[in-house]
Design a protein around this ligand. Structure first.
Ligand code: ADP
Ligand code: ZN
Length: 737
């Protein structure tokens, strides 16, 4: 019996008692079932009959009654996995309420591991037997030596073959003689033990002070959140791994969220260096078998650390003591389809339920987090200096209004000269352009037609490496046409504007002797291959790196001393709520790639508006001043984090029908008036058509003190939504297209 059962927090149910079961089916209610022979406890994962099928669900609590007891069926099967904790039930309930998502959909999010209904499966592993071998060969010796040298008997035939470097028949031969024996063990094995006292790096005194504070917060074993703000290269990772160590030594589990799966391999290595072994991982690049193992072992308390993407927040941790959100400002923490949640905010919610700590780490925190620290809701720890001899890079603008630019060229002569200097000194330069592909626009020189997507109001982007045009909204691709689709002129289509591929072309012409390497998020590579590529570049394989947003995130390039931002105005153009904040974060993150060893770096921003307040703030580096100014503006406008915002998108194939419904909703919203909310719109969304659906936006703004979810749900449920119209409500929207 667990502690919680003893304390009576977890209810037990006896044979034939009624329980309510939550399934992952889209039915939006609980279903009553009878408890099978032997009884069960709240949270048990079960298989229940539903119509002709059997589906998986969780025993949520006592039955609700109200049905004809004779018609109520029995639970068919109790699954052999750890029951869901009451904490997890509460977490799913609260996230569902916050994001206006049904509990069934929340449960789907929390059970996204394959084969949960399957019994624990077995696999064959090999160990030394005691028979004497009739004839020893070098290959046989290798196998026996491999098995002798291992403490954990976990080699499958395939692994043994690889490790010993022999053929399968050698192994079979040994088995036939009983020299080695086959054993059956569970497929989902516990993760290796991680050692919080493993000898690790010596921290600097600033890092030591910071890590002691963090450790003391974790040691409290009750809810708290800390902003760990440290300039790029200050050793934030080293510091929060100390918090992880504290958590492990208490016997609790830790989750580290990272924003980019391309970074996981590097990160796993860092964990191994600190704790002696590799931790569990959970993200889209992990195999199904590994996902299944991770999900089960996390639930059984046999995975101490998980490195994961945002969805790992919904793993069934047995005893979660710490969540680290690395690069907490990163936009990838917001899930933009399905359940619209912010993993950063929900991490805080989860820790507040499980009585754990949260560390939000960033060089350029989000305004929300900064404001929460200002208000005293979060602790704040600052690391102001880079580790070792590394200095923060200088920053300067290049005024593009004064540069003579040739046609189809984007590297100014000032920037070009700086790159020449780096090439002479064998140092690296990074050119940053946040545009994938070859060119953002393809236009007909004769009639002016721009090639657009057939299904979206978006231009097709040329990807020359892959030899096609691609819609970045829906992913549709087509071949570059020979003739203009409108006027039929042959050979008249030409590329307008730069993407990274085109920038690489310019760089190859301008610096013919330099080795140039492109790093873009659409490169079709495995995480491992990408990591190898990045390591090779970091080791000096390229002289000039050309990259999109991917390079801004956390990679270390020790030889890099120059960063050139090709178009600093690009990010400012969006004009939405967060354009200034995003530009500030991105530019400072990118600049932070430079000068990470003993050579000082510099970042140049090419811009047409060197006097823009955001560009000036980026240059003078007074971050507190920037955030304060941003905060003041948001406060004056009643915008987040000082007010509440919800973005509503209605979409459907018939534009009139979509607009009619939107207008009807806006005119009939007494529940929103009642809480003092303001409604803006309806208006066509900035991208007004995606995948043949017309999109209309409404924005709801409300004072900070009110809870808007109740009113929004009532409002949504008060209208009859036609079958082919889809409505989504995004609480705390991050994007506005
Ligand atoms: P941040 O996350 O703040 O950008 P990192 O933790 O990645 O910084 O540290 C930057 C680099 O400096 C890494 O290569 C890291 O291993 C190294 N480093 C930081 N602190 C130490 C230390 N105390 N001893 C040795 N290396 C360190
Ligand atoms: Zn499209």
């Amino acid at each position: 019996m667990s502690d919680q059962q003893k304390q009576g927090i977890i209810k037990s149910f006896v044979h034939n008692e009624l329980v309510s079961v939550l399934t992952t089916q889209p039915i939006n209610r609980f279903l009553d079932y009878k408890v099978p022979f032997g009884g069960l406890i709240q949270g048990s994962f079960v298989e229940v009959p539903l119509g002709p099928r059997k589906v998986i669900g969780v025993v949520w609590g006592p039955g609700q009654g109200g049905y004809d007891p004779k018609k109520i069926r029995s639970i068919s099967n109790i699954l052999e996995i750890a029951p869901m904790h009451p904490e997890m039930q509460e977490f799913l309930t609260r996230v569902g309420r916050y994001t206006l998502t049904s509990l069934n959909a929340m449960l789907r999010l929390a059970t996204r591991a394959p084969g949960l209904g399957d019994p624990p499966s077995m696999r064959k592993v090999y160990a030394l037997g005691d028979a004497i071998i009739d004839r020893m060969t070098p290959a046989r010796e290798k196998v026996l030596a491999t098995l002798k040298n291992t403490t954990d008997m976990r080699f499958t035939a395939h692994e043994l073959k690889e490790e010993a470097g022999v053929s399968l028949s050698v192994i079979k031969g040994l088995v036939a003689q009983n020299a080695i024996i086959e054993l059956e063990t569970p497929r989902d094995t516990p993760y290796p033990n991680l050692d919080p006292f493993y000898p690790s790096k010596k921290l600097t005194s600033a890092q030591m002070t910071a890590s002691k504070k963090l450790r003391s917060f974790v040691a409290m074993q009750s809810y708290n959140t800390t902003l760990l703000r440290g300039v790029t290269g200050s050793g934030k990772t080293e510091v929060y791994l100390e918090a992880v160590a504290e958590c492990l030594s208490q016997g609790r589990q830790a989750l580290v969220l990272i924003p980019e799966i391309a970074l996981t391999v590097e990160f796993l290595d860092r964990v191994e260096k600190r704790f002696g072994k590799q931790p569990a991982q959970w993200h889209s690049g992990v195999t199904m078998t590994e996902k299944r193992r991770c999900w089960r072992m996390v639930g059984a308390g046999q995975a101490q650390i998980v490195i994961g993407a945002r969805s790992s927040l919904f793993l069934p941790f047995d005893n979660l003591g710490l969540i680290v959100v690395d690069e907490e400002h990163d936009t990838s923490y917001k899930q933009e389809d399905g359940v619209l949640y912010s993993a950063r905010d929900m991490a805080v919610m989860r820790a507040s339920i499980s009585g754990g700590s949260v560390v939000l780490a960033s060089a350029t925190p989000s305004l929300e987090t900064w404001a929460n620290a200002q208000a005293g809701k979060y602790n704040r720890i600052d690391l102001t200096e880079r580790f070792g001899a590394a200095l923060m890079p200088d920053m300067a603008t290049i005024d593009m209004r004064e540069q003579l630019m040739g046609t189809n060229s984007w590297i100014s002569s000032d920037l070009g000269r700086e790159i020449d200097v780096r090439l002479e000194r064998s140092e690296q330069s990074l050119l940053f352009l946040n545009r994938r592909g070859y060119a953002p626009i393809t236009v007909c020189r004769k009639c002016g037609e721009q090639i657009g997507c057939d299904h979206c109001d978006a231009r097709m982007v040329e990807h020359r490496f892959q030899g096609h045009l691609m819609c970045h909204q829906c992913g549709e691709t087509k071949k570059m046409p020979e003739e203009c689709p409108s006027c039929k002129e042959v050979g008249s289509l030409s590329a307008v504007g730069p993407g990274v591929e085109r920038l690489a072309e310019e760089a190859e012409k301008r610096f013919p002797d330099a080795k140039i390497s492109v790093l873009s998020s659409d490169m079709l590579m495995s995480a491992k291959a990408l990591k190898q590529r990045i390591s090779a570049i970091a080791a000096g394989e390229a002289d000039i790196i050309i990259g999109t947003q991917l390079v801004a995130k956390g990679h270390n390039f020790p030889l890099l001393t120059l960063v050139g931002v090709i178009d600093s105005d690009l990010a400012l153009m969006g004009g939405d709520l967060r354009a200034a904040e995003r530009t500030f974060q991105l530019m400072r993150q990118v600049a932070g790639r430079a000068g990470r060893s003993d050579k000082k770096g510099i970042a140049y921003l090419q811009t047409h508006q060197p006097d823009h307040p955001v560009i000036k703030a980026i240059l003078n580096g007074d971050e507190e001043e920037f955030w304060q100014a941003e905060a003041n503006q948001r406060l004056a406008a009643g915008m987040p984090p000082f007010g509440r915002l919800a973005g509503i998108v209605l979409k459907g194939p018939d534009i009139t029908q979509v607009f009619n419904l939107a207008n009807h909703m806006v005119r009939n919203a007494p529940m929103l008036d009642a809480i003092g909310a303001e409604i803006y719109g309806p208006a066509p969304a900035p991208i007004a058509r995606v995948r043949d659906n017309h999109r209309v936006r409404i924005l709801v703004k409300a004072p900070k003190e009110v809870t808007i979810q109740g009113a929004l749900a009532q409002w949504r449920d008060s209208v009859q939504i036609p079958r082919d119209i889809h409505i989504s409500i995004d609480i705390d929207p991050q994007t506005f297209y």
